[in-house]
Design a protein around this ligand. Sequence first.
Ligand code: ADP
Ligand code: MG
Length: 611
Amino acid sequence: MDKFQALKHYFGYDSFREGQEILIDSILSGRDALGIMPTGSGKSLCFQIPALMMEGITLVISPLISLMKDQVTTLNQAGIHAAYLNSSLTASQYYKALAYAREGRYPIIYVAPERLVTDEFLDFALNTNISMVAVDEAHCVSQWGQDFRPSYLKIVDFIDKLPKRPVISAFTATATKEVREDVIDILMLREPAVVSTGYDRPNLYLGVQSPKDKYATLKNYVECHPDQCGIIYCLTRKLVEEVCDRLNQEGFSATRYHAGLSDEERRKNQDDFIYDRSQIMVATNAFGMGIDKSNVRFVIHYNMPKNLESYYQEVGRCSRDGEPGECILLYSGQDVVTNQMFIDNNQDNQELDSLTRQMVMERDRERLKKMTFYSFTNECLRDYILRYFGEYGENYCGNCSNCLSQFETVDVTDIAKELVGCVKASRQRYGTAVIIDTVHGANTAKIRNYRMNENPHYGSLAKVPAYKLRQVMNHLFLNDWLAITNDEYTIVKLTERSKAVLEDSESVIMKMAKEQEPVEKVKSGKKIKKSSASALELTEGEAALFDSLRALRMEIAKEEKVPPYIVFSDKTLVHMSVMKPKTKEEMLSVSGVGEFKFEKYGERFLTIFQS
Ligand code: ADP
Ligand code: MG
């Protein structure tokens, strides 16, 4: 079976997503691999498919029991033998699983990092053929990451003990440079194929509001989305309880999660949410790590979180299946105060010396500031986040609350003409900053040294704010009106198209944030707008089919005792409602329907289209 057949047969998908093939090919050729891809982009397949194709066993290291359980259930549902070894098993279950593993029953075994260097496990591992060690959530090896796990450092000790070094692959959604370097160094990856597919999640609508009455806004939202699952994040336990109680009193189906609840209640509430028994989860940031539920359609932050890392991780749990989802932050000034207090009273870093502790605190304050700016910016929210994580995009995404309400189409031909003219007049010798400073009329030593103050365009756009000049410049680069060299020094160059601007034969039109109005006026008391990204876009007939399919899925999920999204994802059901398959062949062409699942439930789903 080749990788395409495996993709179709087991997982029911027709094509690979960005990055998957490169990583799979690298692993299959025996080369280490590092995949840095956003949440929901399909990292698991990158190690699961090679695991099925290689001789020997793949060990998957994963930090959380819930993650292992979810993935093993998903694999079993697809007809693949897989097991996990972690502390949720009783001793006898553990030994039984190990015995099966010795017999070679499982091509894929999930194991907690703590287990790796125990005697029993080593005894097994040293006497079997391990072809790959796949490290999931690999940022856990890094102290720079958000979820550092000291036990992840044991992975290398373990690999060193093996008679033959297996291929090592690592996967994470955390894209910062520090984390990437740590993963490569600490796991000692050997010339890995590195794939980094960027941070953007275009299917997520991003919104910010500062309502006077947060609860009323929230209620309005959940009323408008009666059939959708969502998470509501609050900063404090007390708020979680208040919001959850109120929602329940008003007849919504909500449950709650925070660190102050008993283990048992937490487990139960989490399961209720995952198995679609509760529609809404109200939680602190304690909830979410390891939640692979793919049909979470909205994530509302009742309070602003402490930094953008947390925010993006939390909204990352929305719509993992790629369908549209909505992420809305309800900001109030009090949120800044509360977060500030958390930073001042942080007890997590007691073991650090006071100087380091001060530094950590400074860093946290800085991050909080950037988060606060996010809540106020008039610019594209997506662009703001991507820039924070060191990526560059268009300054207009068309799917955030600012782009949809705060942007206007502007003719910037005059500005463009000055910028291009300045590049030409200075004989294409300088970088972006010098060009912008020149037209802006900056009086700096650098400008004087380069004698740019004598350039005919010097100060010609002194009244236009520098950030705007930068946006126009970006727009010119993105549309080939100007180019930038990729050498050691980045220099702005003219292009074929530059002439058109200089000669007035093309106008330059772009989307730009409207001038900032006083904050109160812009943001207060606005009702939540339904964005284009809401509701799965189905016709009435298809929506009715979708509901029947969902009911059948729920029935099967109960029989199988697995979460509904593991039977089939929402995306698969949407696809089915649109395709209306009548035969086995047609059903198998639906994305997400593989052979094994068809054998199990295919006929039952077909009956819905035959009636
Ligand atoms: P990650 O670990 O990167 O957060 P997952 O591996 O959990 O993401 O995958 C997210 C979802 O995407 C899953 O429902 C998975 O089945 C689906 N998926 C993965 N690869 C593909 C593909 N090539 N085509 C369609 N769906 C895919
Ligand atoms: Mg994953």
